[in-house]
Design a protein around this ligand. Structure first.
Ligand SMILES: C[S@@+](CC[C@H](N)C(=O)[O-])C[C@H]1O[C@@H](n2cnc3c(N)ncnc32)[C@H](O)[C@@H]1O
Length: 232
């Protein structure tokens, strides 16, 4: 069985480069490949503590961008652009309050949240994680602007294809990505959804597929040969 290496390449790199967690490189890779963040964007970060995604997002949205971060714990990082972080349960949030805090609907919703895992066989961790993602999806549909994007972490398992399909009811493009910085023993994968359709399931979807699109696509990095660590 593969052992979890605590102080790996990304841990050391994060220390050197001043990020509060190695997770920074997951968001950086997601954005490099999928072009999620841009200057001046409003970003909601669910489960933001200790704050490395806040650091990466702030670099990419610049001083005119706005970041709103929420976590059950205090975030270590102070938002270096417009916005704030605050302590709350992401599922007791009022979408209107979030939009007010940001000064408008969000261009991007990020969620690196995971349920407390049991490690037990039988898919309990996966089931909880999918349940969490469904709540994130619900919240995202209440706060995103038309064409916005969603990045959410899920632990892979049998309900993963259905989760992609459900996400595809609200977004034009949906695909999974497993960043290099995800630990080798982790089953985590990130669902990346772009092109939010505020009309939701009532509007005919242009693309709901969770299969990697091969045709040329206007989004940079979309349709890359493989987005999984294992090359599958
Ligand atoms: C993997 S950490 C996030 C790391 C963060 N992206 C970073 O780069 O620093 C997951 C976070 O989700 C938070 N979390 C889990 N469930 C939550 C909930 N219901 N509401 C708010 N935060 C939650 C945890 O407290 C934890 O800090």
């Amino acid at each position: 069985m593969a052992r979890r290496v605590i102080q790996d390449e990304f841990f050391r790199k994060a220390k050197r480069e001043g990020y509060v967690a190695r997770s920074a490189y997951k968001l950086a890779e997601i954005d490099d490949k999928r072009g999620i963040l841009a200057k001046g964007f409003r970003v909601l970060d669910l489960g933001c503590a200790p704050g490395s995604w806040i650091q990466v997002a702030a670099e990419r949205i610049g001083p005119r961008g706005t970041l709103v971060g929420v976590d059950l714990k205090q975030c270590e990082v102070k938002v270096p652009c417009k916005g704030e972080t605050f302590v709350a349960d992401a599922f007791k949030l009022d979408p209107e309050d979030l939009v007010d805090r940001a000064g408008g609907r969000f261009h991007v919703v990020l969620s690196d949240m995971a349920p407390s895992t049991t490690g037990a066989a039988g898919g309990t961790d996966h089931a909880r994680s999918v349940q969490l993602c469904r709540k994130v999806l619900e919240l995202a549909t209440g706060v995103l602007r038309e064409n916005g994007s969603l990045v959410m972490k899920v632990l892979e398992g049998e309900a993963y294809p259905s989760l992609l399909q459900e996400t595809g009811l609200h977004f034009r493009h949906v695909k999974g990505l497993s960043p290099r910085a995800s630990r080798d023993v982790s089953t985590e994968i990130f669902v990346i959804a772009k092109g939010f359709r505020s009309g939701g399931a009532n509007e005919a979807p242009r693309r709901q597929s969770h299969v990697a699109p091969r045709a040329p696509d206007p989004v940079s990095g979309w349709g890359a040969d493989s987005d999984r660590k294992d090359g599958a």
